[in-house]
Design a protein around this ligand. Structure first.
Ligand SMILES: *[C@@H]1O[C@H](CO)[C@@H](O)[C@H](O)[C@H]1NC(C)=O
Ligand SMILES: *[C@@H]1O[C@H](CO)[C@@H](O)[C@H](O)[C@H]1NC(C)=O
Ligand SMILES: *[C@@H]1O[C@H](CO)[C@@H](O)[C@H](O)[C@H]1NC(C)=O
Ligand SMILES: *[C@@H]1O[C@H](CO)[C@@H](O)[C@H](O)[C@H]1NC(C)=O
Length: 509
């Protein structure tokens, strides 16, 4: 086993020796550029592919590996590879506008101002394909169709009547920007009979199956073609996880429908199936993604959208341009409701979900007080009042069924200054409490300084509710004596400290 290793070392040493040009330090055939030698390298190499990187960063890891792999393949070619460490070469990175990105750029004929950006590479093959397609033409893509058809990978087939048409140039421009996808150009009329299509279409094929076809029109832009290909490359619904997050966020579709669901729950299949069926009609407009609330790693995602696991299943739409979110107002997640929700969102008719609704006029005048995000904590965490809140979903029958009971309860406490009966729409306001059950949720805020919440789980009738309130009030009273004592001691200690400080100042005077 020793010999190959030794050979490898010798080869490396030789290589380092041969390319040891002092003005351009090299490592494994890659120029290490700095402010001092960047311009000279530009002059010397007609095609300079530069990786601007920050060492040891997670995002840059894949690009770095891809770049090094490509460098090995490109030894002795016309393209010279180079790197710039942006953490060291801050001034140069700023000058070239490459400061905080992992980018790979191709500088041509010494033109410092107009480099071409390489798409974020998946692997070294991405870079090589990109360079090859850039330098070539659509004619290079003409191959035997039957081979590509059988491929496990997605193949994008352009079926054109004339090869010198601008459709073909557009198709080829998309191919350059998507180097990780297999592209083929054909004029083979077999396509007509096989898929029942006429020419000037773009077909997406996978394992001999036609996934989707796109008819080119004079209005088609490269961007539209790229959206079409990248969207249909994915399944109608994508699970959110560590592997898919980059793809989800790099897709040029800026509306996302998010299904928060427990993948292990009994109704998962049914809900997923409805979500999946609804997705088809919105493919190019809304990206459908589901998030498993039973997966601990999705905690941050859920926190961001303020979704608690007990609230699942629920569907949110998010506009990635302005980051406004919308909540599907139904607890029946079937195809019809999901489609209607997406449609109303696209038409600008859906109601955004807010941190807090505005405070309703006369919110505290009726027996049942109407709370919103802004008033919840102020009203709830009051050391002198016992506050009982019904968190409801206005569209849910189970929630609405409790309204009369809540009125009755409020009536029973009408003359009690120390008790507040309230309710809050949990679908329109963000709630930031550590405890709380599934909706409708009945939560008591005892009259304490401590921010405490007790979830009621007993029978839903006035008698039991009254008993519960009384019992909790007794408990709170006892605890409150201790709280008052602690506060008294604390205040005394504070006063003593103040007095001591005052004495000291006096002494110093
Ligand atoms: C998801 O469902 C499973 C099976 O019903 C259950 O054991 C688990 O606790 C649920 N997880 C969450 C976060 O609700
Ligand atoms: C998303 O937000 C942008 C910016 O506010 C807006 O122009 C666009 O219409 C929104 N999209 C939808 C579907 O509401
Ligand atoms: C939610 O409450 C916790 C604890 O009270 C607090 O640290 C956090 O900042 C709150 N988050 C929001 C978004 O208000
Ligand atoms: C402050 O000074 C007065 C008189 O000098 C003394 O009686 C008192 O104990 C002092 N208080 C403290 C907190 O040191």
């Amino acid at each position: 086993m020793k010999k190959p290793l030794l050979l490898g070392v010798t080869a490396f040493c030789l290589c380092a020796f041969v390319t040891g040009d002092k003005s351009f330090p090299e490592k494994d055939g890659i120029l290490q550029l700095q402010k001092g030698n960047f311009n000279r390298a530009l002059k010397k190499y007609k095609q300079l592919l530069v990786h601007f990187y920050a060492p040891l960063t997670v995002q840059g890891y894949r690009a770095t590996a891809a770049f090094e792999g490509a460098a090995a393949e490109l030894q002795g070619s016309e393209v010279k590879l180079a790197t710039v460490d942006v953490t060291k070469e801050k001034e140069l990175a700023k000058e070239l506008d490459a400061a905080d990105q992992h980018t790979i750029r191709l500088y041509l004929s010494g033109d410092k101002l107009n480099p071409v950006s390489c798409p974020v590479p998946q692997s070294s093959a991405s870079i090589l394909t990109w360079l090859k397609r850039r330098a070539g033409s659509a004619a290079d893509l003409i191959t035997d169709l039957s081979q590509s058809e059988a491929s496990e990978e997605l193949t994008v087939v352009g079926y054109f009547k004339e090869l010198n048409h601008e459709y073909v140039q557009m198709f080829y421009a998309a191919a350059i920007d998507l180097p990780d996808i297999n592209f083929v150009v054909t004029q083979n009329d077999e396509v007509t009979s096989k898929y029942g299509l006429t020419h000037d279409v773009v077909l997406l094929l996978k394992k001999s199956k036609l996934i989707q076809a796109y008819r080119m029109t004079p209005q088609t832009s490269k961007e539209e073609l790229i959206v079409f290909i990248t969207v249909y490359q994915m399944d109608p619904v994508t699970e959110y996880n560590g592997q898919t997050v980059t793809q989800i966020l790099s897709l040029p579709v800026l509306n996302h429908a998010l299904l928060f669901v427990n993948k292990s729950s009994a109704d998962f299949e049914e809900i997923f199936s409805a979500f999946n069926s609804a997705a088809e009609a919105f493919r190019l407009k809304i990206l459908f993604v589901y998030v498993d609330v039973n997966e601990l790693r999705n905690g941050r995602m859920m926190e961001y959208f303020r979704v608690r696991d007990f609230e699942a299943p629920l569907i949110r739409l998010v506009n990635l341009t302005d980051h406004v979110t919308y909540h599907l107002p139904s607890d029946t997640l079937n195809v019809e409701n999901i489609k209607a929700f997406c449609q109303s969102y696209l038409e600008g008719k859906a109601k955004p979900k807010m941190q807090s609704e505005p405070i309703p006029e006369g919110w505290d005048e009726k027996p049942v007080k109407e709370l919103v995000g802004m008033t919840l904590e102020k009203v709830g965490f009051n050391p002198d009042k016992t506050v009982f809140v019904l968190f409801y979903l206005p569209y849910s029958r189970a929630s609405r069924a409790l309204f009369p009971l809540w009125e009755e309860l409020a009536e029973a406490f009408k003359h009690r200054e120390d008790v507040v009966i309230a309710r809050m729409d949990a679908s329109a306001n963000d709630i930031n409490l550590s405890v709380q059950g599934a909706y409708p949720s009945l939560c008591l805020f005892p009259a304490l300084y401590a921010e405490r919440v007790v979830v009621y789980t007993g029978k839903r009738n006035v008698k039991d509710l009254l008993k519960f309130v009384d019992k909790e009030m007794e408990k709170a009273k006892k605890y409150r004596v201790k709280e008052d004592e602690d506060r008294r001691k604390y205040m005394e200690a504070l006063q003593a400290e103040e007095a001591e400080k005052a004495n000291k100042t006096k002494d110093e005077l």
